[in-house]
Ligand binder design. Structure first.
Ligand code: C5P
Length: 238
């Protein structure tokens, strides 16, 4: 089932709760992404507070450390009742396996676990010059996705433009969660590998992650609805 995740990149609990209040009349309870900014500012309690309002939660902390540290951190996070969380695929297959192990509760249940391939703000040029990765970005994404699959993860975070590459190398059931979404008539901000909600649907994303196009909109509920119409229902030019 396709869905839209709102990236709630706020710096306090009060701001995010006030923002989410605007959606109280919405038929659909938005799936919410809590990233580093909010988590570090408000602590784990904000996860419980948003969850208790009935939202599904993607905890986007992008862990990247030695396998032992990631395993133990994931064990702690598994106590927070989130629906999805993530690591950097650059941490290696061993680190991703450790993350999965740590996240899996004693009864065998766990949130979805996905891996960041390359950040959607990174261009092929920056990858080559800053990171010394001298391969086409599509090849890097396909390889990182295959590593995530090998480690037993559920999917990857990638640009919507790369969702089809991921599906091709890892199969249709392997999830593509895609930030880097902008409306056709809007600015790119610092994102590089971007497309519209409608095009992301066509290319094969399972979830789109949308921040500023919703959070900074004059009418966030209308912007969210536009994302739903384009991405979930395939309506053009809403
Ligand atoms: O405001 P905007 O729509 O650009 O927000 C995108 C969100 O997705 C941010 O919270 C950012 O941290 C996150 N993200 C990303 N690219 C990735 C992984 C996560 O933009 N590869």
């Amino acid at each position: 089932m396709k869905d839209v995740i709102i990236a709630c990149d706020f710096s306090s609990a009060a701001q995010v709760l006030e923002f989410l209040d605007r959606f109280s009349q919405c038929e659909r309870k938005p799936f919410v992404k809590i990233g580093m900014e909010l988590f570090y500012a408000a602590g784990p309690q904000i996860v419980r507070d948003i969850k208790s309002r009935g939202h599904r939660i993607f905890l986007d902390l992008k862990l990247h450390d030695i396998p032992n540290t990631v395993r133990k951190t994931m064990k702690v996070l598994s106590n927070l009742d989130v629906d999805m969380t993530n690591v950097h695929a650059a941490g290696t297959v061993e680190m991703m396996k450790a993350a999965l192990e740590g996240l899996t509760r004693e009864d065998g249940t766990r949130p979805l676990l996905i891996a960041v391939t390359q950040l959607t703000s990174t261009s092929e040029e920056r990858m080559k010059e800053d990171l010394l990765i001298d391969k086409p970005i599509a090849e890097v994404i396909a390889h990182y996705a295959a590593n995530a699959r090998k480690a037993g993860l559920d999917g990857v975070v990638c640009s919507p433009l790369e969702a089809s590459i991921v599906k091709k190398s890892c199969g249709d059931g392997f999830m593509a969660v895609t930030p880097g979404i902008r409306f056709a008539d809007a600015a790119a901000d610092d994102q590089v590998r971007i497309t519209t909600p409608l095009r992301a649907r066509e290319i094969g994303s399972d979830f789109i992650v949308v921040g500023r196009p919703i959070t900074a909109a004059a009418d966030p509920v209308a912007a969210y609805q536009r994302c739903i119409d384009e991405f979930v229902y395939g309506k053009e030019n809403c």
